[in-house]
Design a protein around this ligand. Structure first.
Ligand code: NAI
Ligand code: MG
Length: 488
C-alpha cells in the first residue's frame, strides 16, 4: 500500500479551508478632523470643504478642502516663486531631498498602506506590497537621475521647465503622486498637485513627509478638490500639465491647452488584450489572467480586461479560470487575507453595474463565483463574461472594475487584429512558450507596454504610457524625465 492509498481521500489539504479574520489595525493612522491646502510648506484654511469617506463602509474619515480658483492661482504663484530657488540648487542637493523622501516613505510605509486602503478600498495586501514599495522606489530611482541629467541627455543642455500642474486619479493615489512628483523634482521643477476627490488622504499625509524631509517650502504644493479644481489648475499660470485619468477629461484638457504653449502629457484609459496561446504554461497564464483583471478591483488603466484565448484551449482555460475565481476572497480591504477589496466610489460602482447590465442585455454569458458581499460599502463580485462579440460595449469600453470579457482567436494574425481593434493602446499581455512569437506579437501590438508571460508588472526604470486614445508621453525610466525638461 502506498502512502497515498493509505491516506485514502483524506487529502492533506483541507478542502473547505476557512480563513479567520486577519484585520490590520488602523491605530497607526491618526487623521485630522479637517484638512486645509498645503501651500508654501504651510496649511492654509480652505473656504469650502467636503467629507471624504471609506468605501468599505461609507464611514466619514475627514473633512477636506475644495480649493477654488483663487486658491489654485495662489498655489501656482507660490510654486513659481519657489522655482527660482529649487532650480538653482546644485543637482546633487536636489537628489538628497528625493532620497530623503524615499527613505521616509519606506519608514512610514505601514501607516501609508493602511490609510491608502482605508480611503481607497484596495486590499491592504496590495497597498502594503505594491503601492508603497513602488512609490518609494520611484523616488529612489529619480533621486539617482537628479545629478546625471546631462549624461541622460548628452549635448542637449537639459533644463527644468518651471511649474508643473499635476492631476491624478483615485486608483493608485500615492503611487500616481510619486510617478508625477519624483521626475518633476529631479528635473528641477516645482509642483502643484491635485489628488482625486475620493482619495486625498495619502497625498495630505505626504505633506507631512515633505516637512519631515525639510523640502524647501513651495517646491511641492497640494490642492484638493474635484474636477473644478483640476480645471482651474489647467488654466492657471503653469508650464506643463501632467494628467492621469479618463480619456474624456484628457481630451477636454488637450482642447483647453491647444495654442497656449503649455506642455502636456496624458495617461488615459485602456482596454488591454491579454492573449493566451495554446502552447503556454496554462496554470501560470490563469494566474496572470486573474492578476490582470482582479488586481485592485480592476481599477487599473492597463488592466487585462479583454482576454483572447486560442480556440483549441478555450474550454480548459475558462474552466481553470472559474475554479480560480472561486478562491478569491472579496471583502474588507483592511483584512490581510482579502484579494479583492471595495469599489472606490458609489459613482464607479454605478458605472460598473451599468456596463455589466449592458453586457447581459447584449447577450454575453455572465459568471460570478458565489461570494458574500458585505452589506455596507461598495462591492462588486469578480465577474467573467463568455460568449462576447467584439462589438459589445463590454468588449469596447473601459469598465474599470473586476469584469473580464473572454474572446477567442485561431491564428497569431487574428489575435493581433482583434487585440488592436480598440481606440485604446496602453498595454497588452502575451502568454506563450515561444520567444520568437513573443517578439513577433510585441512588434505588431499597438500598445505602450507589452508583458510576456506576466502582467501588471511595474518598475520605476521602465517607461509606461499609451498609444492612440490611451494618451501620450511616458512616465518612468529615463523617458519619464523628458516631459519635465527643455532642451537646446
Ligand atoms: P476623471 O478623469 O474625471 O478624474 C481623474 C482626475 O481628473 C481627478 O483628479 C479629477 O478630479 C480630475 N478632473 C475631473 N474633471 C476635470 C477637468 N475638467 N479638468 C481637470 N481635471 C479634472 O475620472 P473619473 O470620473 O474619476 O472616472 C471615470 C472613468 O474614467 C472611470 O470609470 C475609468 O474608466 C476612467 N479612469 C481612468 C483612469 C486611468 O488611470 N486611466 C483613472 C481614473 C478613471
Ligand atoms: Mg470624472
Amino acid at each position: 500500500m502506498t502512502d497515498l492509498e493509505r491516506r485514502g481521500d483524506r487529502s492533506p489539504v483541507p478542502a473547505g479551508w476557512t480563513y479567520a479574520p486577519a484585520p490590520e489595525s488602523t491605530e497607526i493612522v491618526s487623521l485630522q478632523e479637517r484638512y486645509g491646502l498645503f501651500v508654501g510648506g504651510e496649511w492654509l484654511e480652505g473656504a469650502e470643504h467636503y467629507t471624504t469617506i471609506s468605501p468599505r463602509d461609507e464611514a466619514p474619515l475627514a473633512e477636506v478642502a475644495q480649493a477654488g480658483e483663487a486658491d489654485v492661482h495662489h498655489a501656482v504663484a507660490v510654486a513659481r516663486e519657489a522655482f527660482s530657488t529649487w532650480s538653482a540648487l546644485a543637482p546633487s542637493e536636489r537628489a538628497k531631498y528625493l532620497f530623503r523622501i524615499a527613505r521616509i516613505l519606506a519608514e512610514r510605509s505601514r501607516e501609508f498602506a493602511v490609510l491608502e486602503s482605508l480611503n481607497g478600498g484596495k486590499p491592504i495586501k496590495e497597498s502594503r506590497d505594491v503601492d508603497l514599495p513602488l512609490a518609494a522606489a520611484h523616488f529612489f530611482y529619480y533621486a539617482g537621475w537628479a545629478d546625471k541629467l546631462e549624461y541622460a541627455f548628452p549635448n542637449q543642455d537639459p533644463r527644468p521647465i518651471g511649474v508643473a500642474g499635476q492631476i491624478i486619479p483615485w486608483n493608485f493615489p500615492l503611487l500616481m503622486l510619486a510617478w508625477k512628483i519624483a521626475p518633476a523634482l529631479a528635473a528641477g521643477n516645482t509642483v502643484v498637485l491635485k489628488p482625486a476627490e475620493t482619495t486625498p488622504l495619502t497625498a495630505l499625509l505626504f505633506c507631512d513627509v515633505l516637512r519631515q524631509a525639510e523640502l524647501p517650502p513651495g517646491t511641492v504644493n497640494i490642492v484638493t478638490g474635484d474636477g473644478r479644481t483640476g480645471a482651474a489648475l489647467v488654466d492657471a499660470d503653469i508650464d506643463k500639465v501632467a494628467f492621469t485619468g479618463s480619456t474624456e477629461v484628457g481630451k477636454a484638457i488637450q482642447r483647453r491647452l491647444a495654442g497656449t504653449g503649455k506642455r502636456v502629457t496624458l495617461e488615459l484609459g485602456g482596454k488591454a488584450a491579454n492573449i493566451v496561446f495554446d502552447d503556454c504554461a496554462l496554470d501560470q497564464a490563469v494566474e496572470g489572467i486573474v492578476n490582470g483583471i482582479y488586481f485592485n478591483q480592476g481599477h487599473v488603466c492597463c488592466a487585462g480586461s479583454r482576454l483572447f484565448v486560442q480556440e483549441s484551449i478555450y474550454e480548459p482555460v475558462v474552466e481553470k479560470l472559474k475554479r480560480r475565481m472561486a478562491t478569491l476572497r472579496v471583502g474588507d480591504p483592511l483584512d490581510k487575507n482579502t484579494d479583492v477589496g471595495a469599489i472606490n466610489s458609489r459613482m464607479q460602482l454605478d458605472r460598473i453595474t451599468e456596463l455589466v447590465e449592458a453586457g447581459q442585455a447584449e447577450g454575453a454569458e455572465i459568471y460570478q463565483p458565489p461570494c458574500r458581499l458585505p452589506e455596507r460599502g461598495y462591492w462588486f463580485a469578480p465577474t467573467v463574461f463568455t460568449n462576447v462579440a467584439q462589438s459589445y460595449r463590454i468588449a469596447q469600453e473601459e469598465i474599470f472594475g473586476p469584469v473580464l470579457s473572454v474572446l477567442t482567436f485561431r491564428t497569431p494574425d487574428e489575435a493581433v487584429e482583434k487585440a488592436n481593434n480598440t481606440p485604446y493602446g496602453l498595454s497588452a499581455g502575451i502568454w506563450t512558450e515561444k520567444g520568437s512569437r513573443i517578439l513577433w506579437m510585441a512588434e505588431r501590438l499597438r500598445a505602450g507596454v507589452v508583458w510576456a508571460n506576466t502582467f501588471n508588472r511595474f518598475d520605476p526604470t521602465s517607461p509606461f504610457g499609451g498609444y492612440k486614445e490611451s494618451g501620450f508621453g511616458r512616465e518612468g525610466g529615463r523617458h519619464g524625465l523628458e516631459p519635465y525638461l527643455s532642451f537646446s
